[in-house]
Design a protein around this ligand. Structure first.
Ligand SMILES: CC(C)(COP(=O)(O)OP(=O)(O)OC[C@H]1O[C@@H](n2cnc3c(N)ncnc32)[C@H](O)[C@@H]1OP(=O)(O)O)[C@@H](O)C(=O)NCCC(=O)NCCS
Length: 170
């Protein structure tokens, strides 16, 4: 069971700086912190969830719009922009709880598919599949092996198709 002292809530206005610090502490020397901080202004946010303990941010999940482009059409889906838990708090179910809350919200909003572009192991253990297995490609094809998908509305994987991007068309 998750420690009842942990709180799960939406990001509040004015928390950007705390989140930048959280990303630096979480990814440490990893170049992903810099990458995430650089991409943050480019994506279209859907919602941002925070896990908190004693007033400190210990987890963050950012859900963003995903764009599924085919020929002249664009379908909207969701993407996981960030899912991260502070190293001192991992393997206690915090990541899974944030993921479940986020996927639940996607379901409530009738989002057909949720994509993630990341190291696959964790997501594969949480019910995601390789998107390429279903004919989906990332818009930079060299990253196709990192593109994962979870079907939210049954039948969507077969019904939709196209090239996935997390950045709106210019
Ligand atoms: C991936 C991450 C968010 C998981 O958070 P967490 O709170 O430790 O995850 P949970 O405690 O919910 O883990 C649940 C399960 O996933 C497993 N798991 C955790 N990290 C894993 C990994 N990297 N690969 C495979 N399985 C993993 C745990 O063993 C656990 O399994 P169980 O339920 O069978 O015991 C966290 O490790 C993290 O912040 N990693 C660095 C950032 C990152 O890589 N994020 C993903 C890309 S955006």
């Amino acid at each position: 069971m998750i420690d009842p002292e942990y709180m799960f809530r939406d990001e509040q206005p004015g928390e950007q700086e705390s989140l930048v610090n959280f990303a630096s502490a979480t990814f440490r020397a990893d170049s992903r912190a810099e990458l995430l901080n650089r991409l943050r202004p480019l994506v279209r946010r859907q919602f941002s969830l925070i896990a908190e303990h004693l007033g400190f941010i210990i987890g963050h999940a950012l859900f963003v719009q995903a764009f599924l482009r085919q020929d002249q059409s664009t379908f909207l889906a969701s993407g996981i922009g960030t899912l991260a838990v502070h190293p001192n708090y991992r393997r206690q179910g915090i990541g899974s709880r944030m993921l479940d809350i986020g996927l639940g919200r996607c379901q409530d909003a009738s989002v057909p598919l949720v994509f993630a572009l990341t190291e696959p192991a964790y997501y594969l253990s949480r019910g995601f599949e390789f998107a390429s297995k279903h004919g989906y490609h990332y818009h930079h094809r060299e990253f196709d092996t990192l593109l994962l998908v979870k079907e939210i509305i049954p039948g969507s994987l077969a019904r939709l198709s196209g090239e996935v991007s997390f950045i709106p068309a210019p």
